[in-house]
Design a protein around this ligand. Sequence first.
Ligand SMILES: [Zn+2]
Length: 501
Amino acid sequence: MGLFGAILAAATLLVVMVAVRSQNGALDVGVVPTPASQDAPSIVLVSLDTLRADRLGALGNTRGLTPNLDAFANEAVVYERAWAVANITSMSHASLFTSQYASEVGPVGQAFRLSGDAPTLAGVLGVYGYETAAFTGAGHLSRAFGLQRGFKTFEAEGSPLGSLWHAIPKALTWLDDRQSNAPFLLFVHGYDVHAPYLKPSPFGMALAQPGFRGAASEAVHVPAGTDRVYGDVYFRQDTMNGFLHERARSRIWDHDARLAVQEETYRRRGESVAFHEEDARFVRDVYDGATAYADALFGELLQGLKSRGLLDRTVVVVLSDHGETLWENGRFGHGDSLDDRELHVPLLVRVPGLAHRRVSADVTLLDVMPTLLELSGATAPAGVRGVSLVPSLMGQRPPAQEKLFAEGCTRMISLRSPEARLSFSGVGADSPFLESLLSTAAIDGPAFEVDTTTDDSTIREPLRQELLGWRKNLSAGQREQTPADPAAVEALRRHGYWGTP
Ligand SMILES: [Zn+2]
């Protein structure tokens, strides 16, 4: 029957046995499920923070940055158009783990914390008898932000921006120390592609111009250094973070913002230096070095799984939580935009027994949880927003998802359709005023931004209505303004997450 046949048999058996369902057909929380079958697959879920999709050879990059990911992709199903639904770590992982939008499960923003009682991937699998463990690079994936919910073991190290270098040995030791034969969910995460981009030799500078000296050579290794680049200026002083973040929140090239930067640059002359195209190229090259570093570490993890004989019975999923803007709009980083650079992410799914294929349809990270639950024979809880990708893993065309929504950590939401992307900024996705502002703001005013290759005058209004309809359909019941732990917030603040108090 093979592993995949066994997985489907286990899934069918469990679905038949779980009889209590809510009105929409999904499993009610609280139903006692059947323990996982011996044949249920284990799962390794790898999150390579901040990795842009276009850096993978498997997704078209020609620079040879990702030999391990590319070799893995040759044995996996490659989703060419996978999208994050949020642009910062905490919110995106919350959507990954709950298959709900972040604004449904916590307060939107840098201080997001998973709140309410939405079931998580780890929590549901735990109920089905899975052993669950997470080893993360801390930061937004530390306990302060609530994303440990459902994991029996949760260790965050390297605060605030730890590496797979920290996480992988712990994950492998956890595998070696397991006493039972129960299937497991193992989540491994690292900030290896996240700023500061400069990573250890030989990867860090390997692709950058030798001997380069300029503003960028400082920016790539100072915490949050690249966040201090604003157009053609690099601000040396850490205190500039707050100012820049304030200005860059929703309209990076807004006229007033540009003017304010010019004034501030003049006022702080001596603390700022010119930033040129060659600086930007140098930063991008160092980012690519970080990508190669993350790839090498991923190769270590894969080798660890292989040498333990786990690859024949383990589903391995590799993804990133969001991408990164690399000066395309005069900025570096993520969290300020909902365009392709920040939302297009790698998504590779390797299921033993299933052939490599490429899927060109749009999918989102919301789909990962229902996919893994179906593969495990678990029933998805009510409220799940994503759809299972199991049909597309098997070569069937996935259901069309023509309208893709996303939320920014700043005051921004967006809708992507085949023709255009419309973003609305001004208030956060969890604001009680969002619906009234969204429905009344001037459609050709500064609150809306349209990316399209065609005439946008006729598509703006229909897209606004779609965005409004999506918003009204979101559950507001679980939104709860639970503040994150002040110490964790302060640690991230030092790395530029909020700027100055
Ligand atoms: Zn992230």
